[in-house]
Design a binder for this molecule. Structure first.
Ligand SMILES: Nc1ncnc2c1ncn2[C@@H]1O[C@H](COP(=O)(O)OP(=O)(O)OP(=O)(O)O)[C@@H](O)[C@H]1O
Ligand code: SF4
Ligand SMILES: [Mg+2]
Length: 306
């Protein structure tokens, strides 16, 4: 039994953008798919707009499917190769019985304009393989936006794109999110992009969220040793900066089949002490909106969470 996400709890405000950051295998996609109710949680509760959606069945989830959307890592894998871009963008409108043929056409046209695929009529008859990776991800974003969702989850949306278009796509997502007041979860292993993108950053390690804070706060004062290690691993292009050389955390993330006892980061942590190897640290609120799950910030007689 793998517990890919364990004891995670947070609130996402309306129109708020958060980044979920962590190494490969830390449970980001599992958490994202659980939030989207593509997975049914084995424990815990999911509340959306005051409604408990934890165990709703497919029929009762139709409204939720319309309200939340996913943008995936691989645009070519997520767009059906046998449909034209017009058909891809029309499909969600048909499924949710929105508009007639004419009004759907207008919405499709507008959706392409919104993601700056212009002139739209050039793109409508094309199949995904006829456009570039960056353009395909724009189509995937247009498809996610066409139902006017309240929440978008973007799972590594730029990691398969050329470096030259990554910033463009991220800026486009941020602009659309801010203008439309959509709540946004940006899933990434790349702390350096998340800092430009989100109001808050949540750091995940081995199925736990180990630090949560407003972006400016975590930039100013990262507290968890794993967060600090992630910051130290970001390369700095400025040759005059002595911190330019990357320092990656030693060791590998643990197997979730048999996670370490106590703090899951202890085998890699330079500050590990006795209690870290025995008891899971509790989540401690160090200031408003800044929590950290680490014994350096907790009383040793306090309860470690599960
Ligand atoms: N269906 C499954 N069966 C068994 N193990 C799984 C399953 N899905 C995920 N896992 C395991 O759960 C852990 C978390 O996986 P997840 O895909 O959520 O990580 P991630 O943070 O998204 O990683 P990446 O950055 O590589 O996408 C991994 O150890 C993975 O091997
Ligand atoms: S709880 Fe202990 S091992 Fe875990 S991060 Fe904090 S100091 Fe390091
Ligand atoms: Mg993933």
């Amino acid at each position: 039994m793998v517990k890919a996400v364990d004891g995670v709890s947070f609130e996402l405000g309306k129109g708020e953008a958060i980044s979920l950051v962590g190494e490969s295998g830390s449970g980001k996609t599992t958490l994202a798919k659980t939030i989207l109710r593509l997975y049914e949680p084995t424990d815990g509760t999911l509340i959306f707009n005051g409604k408990d959606i934890t165990h709703l069945n497919a029929k009762n989830l139709m409204w939720y499917r319309k309200t939340v959307q996913l943008v995936q890592q691989d645009p070519f894998g997520s767009l059906p190769y046998f449909l034209t871009i017009r058909e891809i963008l029309e499909e969600p409108l048909r499924i949710h019985k929105i508009g007639d043929e004419r009004s759907r056409d207008e919405l499709v046209y507008k959706a392409l304009e919104n993601v700056r695929l212009l002139p739209a009529e050039d793109f409508l008859p094309k199949y995904p393989h006829m456009i570039s990776g960056g353009q395909a991800q724009r189509v995937a974003i247009a498809r996610a936006l066409i139902l006017q969702p309240e929440l978008i989850v973007a799972d590594e949306p730029v990691s398969m794109l050329d470096a030259s278009v990554r910033v463009e796509i991220l800026m486009l997502l941020r602009e659309l999110q801010e203008n439309r007041k959509i709540s946004f979860i940006y899933v990434t292993h790349d702390l350096s992009t998340s800092r430009y993108f989100s109001d808050k950053i949540f750091i995940m390690y081995a199925g736990h969220i180990v630090e949560k804070a407003a972006t400016l706060e975590i930039l100013r004062e990262p507290l968890h040793p794993y967060t600090i290690a992630l910051f130290e691993a970001i390369p700095d292009p400025d040759p005059s900066n002595v911190r330019r050389r990357r320092k990656t955390p030693v060791g590998e993330p643990p197997s979730l089949l048999d996670p370490p006892l106590g703090c899951r980061f202890h085998p890699r942590c330079p500050h590990a002490k006795d209690i870290c190897r025995k008891k899971e640290p509790p989540e401690v609120e160090v200031s408003k909106l800044h929590t950290v799950k680490c014994w350096l910030f907790a009383q040793e007689d306090s309860e470690g969470g599960a």
